[in-house]
Design a protein around this ligand. Structure first.
Ligand SMILES: CC/C=C\C=C\CC(=O)SCCNC(=O)CCNC(=O)[C@H](O)C(C)(C)COP(=O)(O)OP(=O)(O)OC[C@H]1O[C@@H](n2cnc3c(N)ncnc32)[C@H](O)[C@@H]1OP(=O)(O)O
Length: 275
């Protein structure tokens, strides 16, 4: 956790808190992100996931924006060199795209909940990132755009796969084909965010309270809920039920169950061992 990163900053909300802020940290370029982000992000998420002190991760942006999208200055370099024949060039590019995708999917691989707190611009790559997050909140002045189409890119890092499940197929198609900008209020109307806050300060405080609330819940059930919901999204009901039956048959009988029940009966705050 002591390591320094070029594109990210980690801050524990307060001493003893299980809430950790993961901050996109390239404010001079509106948190536009290049290749180094894709190397750092999964490493940091994995470190947070493995750290038993961490219960919930809040992802936000430093400066004026959440994320201005892919770093346009590094986009050409990311498209790779053209050495070798067409087949080899294409296969290299395919591997690179899979590497970028994998960095975003690290959010879903992380057992702990990841909450996006969005202010200012959240464009292109920003949408890929937040649609992989477990919960999203934003400020009223947040601006969203599935911008890839305007850059002659078919969005390929998760937006087209995850957005339909969040806002519905038709809305996802409309937003992705037009690339139009939409506001925090519309994001709420669409179901992209769960709540809109009046200011950045209110967003920070509101999300902190929600994250601390989740962080105080039985950790095995929190991790299980995330894992089972993500799996259920991708399989049919029967397969999802089968998955949760196996999950709970191995993890339901924990000290958390006893503690949650006792605390409820004794009308006291429960305390759970870290995960
Ligand atoms: C394999 C491909 C994988 C992923 C592909 C993803 C596709 C995308 O992400 S599409 C989205 C691309 N992003 C954009 O088109 C955004 C362009 N920028 C803007 O619209 C605005 O700059 C803004 C983000 C809304 C911020 O506006 P404002 O607050 O008025 O500040 P500015 O003065 O415009 O910008 C400040 C500073 O940031 C630099 N910057 C902003 N965005 C990017 C970017 N995407 N890449 C590189 N740099 C960016 C901008 O140039 C300014 O820097 P200066 O040095 O002062 O010029």
């Amino acid at each position: 956790m002591e390591e320094k990163y070029e594109t990210l900053k980690i801050q524990q909300e307060s001493p003893n808190s299980g809430v950790f802020n993961l901050i996109i940290n390239r404010p001079s370029v509106s948190n536009a992100l290049g290749l180094n982000f894709f190397s750092e992000f999964p490493k940091v998420l994995n470190a947070l996931d493995q750290n038993p002190t961490v219960a919930v991760i809040v992802l936000s942006g430093s400066g004026n924006h959440f994320c201005g999208g892919i770093d346009l200055k590094s986009l050409a370099a990311m498209a790779d060199d053209n050495s070798g024949d067409q087949g080899r060039t294409s296969e290299r590019l395919r591997r690179k795209i899979k590497f970028l995708q994998d960095a975003i999917t690290a959010i879903e691989r992380c057992r702990k909940p990841v909450i996006a707190a969005i202010h200012g611009a959240c464009l292109g790559l920003g949408i890929n990132i937040v649609t992989a997050c477990d919960i999203r909140y934003c400020t009223k002045d947040a601006i969203f755009s599935v911008k890839e189409v305007d850059l002659a890119i078919t969005a390929d890092l998760g937006t087209l796969q995850r957005l339909p499940g969040i806002v519905g197929f038709g809305k996802a198609m409309e937003l992705s084909l037009t690339g139009r900008r939409f506001s925090g209020d519309e994001a709420k109307e669409l179901g992209l965010v769960s709540r809109v806050f009046g200011s950045r300060e209110e967003l920070k405080e509101g999300v902190r309270t929600i994250a601390e609330g989740i962080g105080g819940k039985p950790p095995l059930a929190v991790v299980g809920t995330k894992a089972v919901l993500i799996r259920s999204r991708d399989v049919n009901v029967e397969q999802g039920l089968d998955y949760v039956a196996t999950w709970n048959s191995s993890m339901l009988l924990s000290e958390d169950l006893t503690e949650a029940n006792s605390a409820q009966k004794q009308k006291r705050k429960p305390t759970f061992a870290k995960l």
